[in-house]
Design a protein around this ligand. Structure first.
Ligand code: ADP
Ligand code: MG
Length: 622
């Protein structure tokens, strides 16, 4: 047997199949490039289902004349320059293989003009480049792809009918309109305008895709939970759809299909929809980039979350609250006025939710990578941390059955997360002995000086966090102290509720409840965790039980964590209360100098203000 080294031509044709296998995937890559180029207007034209023609025109930044040739080269990208950049990649593309792949299997032409350059064009046929020629046109880029797969007949044969391919392109375009409502899109098929949006918001884009009447049947939501933001539109209780094509989820701006989120939604709608009816939703889930692993494979629209339970719980509770119309629904509905939350007095600013926008600059990402990522204990053949690996290298390992890999992957996340938390803590730790208390502001903020820095601590957030930590630690160590109640609390339950609670007596006892059967489907609570003596038991159990349907998917302990956090907040000292000197000191001691702490809702506990920042305010320095 002889081993052949493939020619670049053959190699590119093979590689092309990875990225572009259908007209819609060509459209996807070209539109993503236009978005990455900062376009505010994008026009997509297709003919013959995209087999004969695909043309994408944008008004983005354009390509310099000297870069035109490079744009066709495999692994040529302007979006990252080294592996370090991968960690914080915020553009849709970064592998630099799309244009090369498309060029290899079509007749392609790029015409492009940057703001301060002339228009130039470059054509290729099956990957063979022509000359760079002067051209005409406005700012931006136009990529025309004709005769897709003309030189790979086998692949051409695999395509569906023109109509079916067009349908897939149309679905793809619908997602672009929805995911980028700030961009004006025009999409035509065989000369007919299919979609035209004007970049004026999600509701308008939704009306273009689904018809204006649809909006009457939707709730607009915008909710934040555990640093996770969920916003968009969901169908009302009666708005059933016959299939899943009315469901779009965008995680940090990317379209994905994700089991965890779709299960949370299905379960939230379970009591409203019948079998074979599906909810309508267009949802944006914005999560901190470190808890989501995007792009397992370039063409697989899935993501993995570090903690599925938190994602599941957050999505489920937001959507079910809105559908069930419970008291929290008001907080989650975008159009409804926000309730004046109790703690809002002490909240200087809402936590800034991560959005589709880059969460980290390349510079920051590089800095991040200066730290070694810990190896996976005892796990082999798995990417350590996907962000640091070349995505092309991911997904090629298939050492074990899928399931085992899933589990190992979860562990990887867990370990990485712990490591990152520890590292952050170390970075943010300040020796409490070096902090000098300077007083308080507005009966809420404690001020400490340390050399050229001042720390401002939100006493409410700090206290909240400390109580939360103590409760969690007690839970983990099973050293919970119970406080007997003067009058036991009796809960009357139906058979299912009783069965559910009974099964979980153990968990509840571990966290300090004394709970037992009280005859005839009743349950008696005679002690509560001593930290939570003023817990509203009716509300607490009401919530636990209202969620028990979904608890098949999440562990009760997870839900209890959530509940404990809110209970902790209630028990915590509120902003506006003056602390004694002793209390101030003990607060700081118990924080152990950890200035990176966040309260259970994700708000920062401490803020650092440098002397130089204050001097800037006074124009002492610039
Ligand atoms: P990637 O998007 O992964 O970088 P592509 O092969 O899709 O790789 O594109 C290669 C390069 O060509 C991009 O990095 C970018 O510099 C340039 N490019 C492609 N399309 C456009 C466009 N519409 N406008 C501006 N530059 C573009
Ligand atoms: Mg690209």
């Amino acid at each position: 047997m002889k081993i052949n080294v493939l020619s670049a031509d053959v190699y590119n044709k093979i590689a092309a199949g990875e990225v572009v296998d259908r007209p819609y995937s060509v459209v996807k890559e070209l539109v993503e490039n236009a978005i990455d180029a900062g376009a505010g207007e994008i026009t997509v034209e297709i003919e013959g289902g995209g087999k004969t023609l695909i043309r994408v025109t944008d008004n983005g930044g354009g390509i310099e004349k000297d870069d035109l040739v490079r744009a066709y080269a495999p692994h040529a990208t302007s979006k990252i320059s080294d592996a370090g950049d991968l960690f914080g990649v915020s553009t849709l593309g970064f592998r630099g293989e799309a244009l090369a792949s498309i060029a290899a299997v079509s007749r392609m032409k790029i015409v492009s003009k940057t703001a301060d350059g002339e228009a130039w064009s470059l054509a290729s046929e099956g990957g063979t480049l022509g000359n760079v020629l002067p051209s005409a046109g406005g700012n931006g880029t136009q990529v025309t792809v004709s005769d897709l797969f003309f030189n790979t007949p086998a692949r051409l044969k695999f395509l569906k009918s023109d109509g079916a391919e067009e349908g897939d392109v149309t679905n793809m375009m619908a997602r672009f309109l929805l995911s980028r409502p700030e961009i004006a899109f025009t999409y035509t098929a065989n000369g007919k305008v299919r979609y035209r949006s004007y970049g004026d918001g999600l509701a308008a884009a939704l009306a273009v895709v689904y018809g204006a009447g649809t909006l009457d049947n939707l709730y607009e939501i915008d909710a934040e939970k555990h640093g996770i933001r969920l916003r968009g539109f969901i169908g009302n209780q009666n708005f059933a759809k016959p299939n899943r094509t009315y469901q779009s989820l965008f995680v940090n701006g990317r379209y994905v299909v994700n089991q965890t989120v779709s299960a949370a939604l299905s379960n939230a709608y379970a009591s409203y929809l019948m079998k074979r009816q599906y909810p309508f939703y267009v949802l944006f889930l914005d999560v901190p980039p470190e808890i989501v692993d995007v792009n397992v494979h370039p063409n697989k629209a899935d993501v993995r979350f570090a903690d599925n339970q938190v994602i599941y719980g957050s999505v489920y509770s937001v959507v079910s609250s809105v559908l069930d119309g419970n008291s929290r629904a008001l907080e989650y509905l975008a159009s409804a006025p926000k309730r004046p939350a109790e703690e809002s007095r002490a909240v200087p600013s809402a936590p800034s939710a991560p959005t589709a926008a880059p969460a980290m600059t390349f510079e920051q990402a590089k800095k991040e990578l200066e730290f070694e990522i810990p190896p996976l204990a005892g796990k082999v053949n798995l990417p350590r941390r996907s962000f640091t690996e070349s995505p092309a290298a991911m997904g090629v390992h298939a050492p074990s059955p899928e399931r085992a890999q899933e589990e190992a992957k979860e562990d990887a996340f867990e370990e990485n997360r712990k490591f990152l938390l520890e590292r952050e803590k170390k970075q943010r730790r300040v020796d409490p002995a070096t902090l000098e208390f300077k007083g308080e502001l507005f009966r809420t903020y404690l001020i400490y000086e340390r050399g050229e820095e001042a720390y401002v601590i939100d006493q409410h957030a700090a206290h909240e966090r400390l109580i939360y930590d103590r409760l969690r630690a007690n839970m983990e160590n099973r050293t919970v102290v119970s406080q007997p109640m003067l009058t036991p609390y009796v809960l009357n339950l139906n058979a299912q509720e009783f069965a559910f609670l009974e099964k979980n007596f153990g968990v509840l006892r571990e966290i300090g409840f004394e709970i037992g059967e009280f005859g005839q489907g009743s349950v008696k609570v005679s002690s509560v965790p001593s930290d939570l003596t003023d817990l509203d038991l009716g509300a607490f159990f009401g919530e636990v039980l209202s969620n028990y349907e979904s608890l098949r998917a999440i562990k009760l302990a997870e839900l209890l964590k959530d509940k404990l956090a809110s209970a902790a907040c209630k028990a915590a000292v509120k902003g506006g209360e003056k602390l004694t000197d002793a209390e101030v000191r003990s607060l700081l001691e118990r924080m152990d100098g950890d200035m990176g702490l966040k309260c259970p809702h994700g708000r920062p506990v401490a803020v650092l203000i440098k002397k130089s920042e204050i001097e800037k305010l006074f124009k002492r320095i610039v």
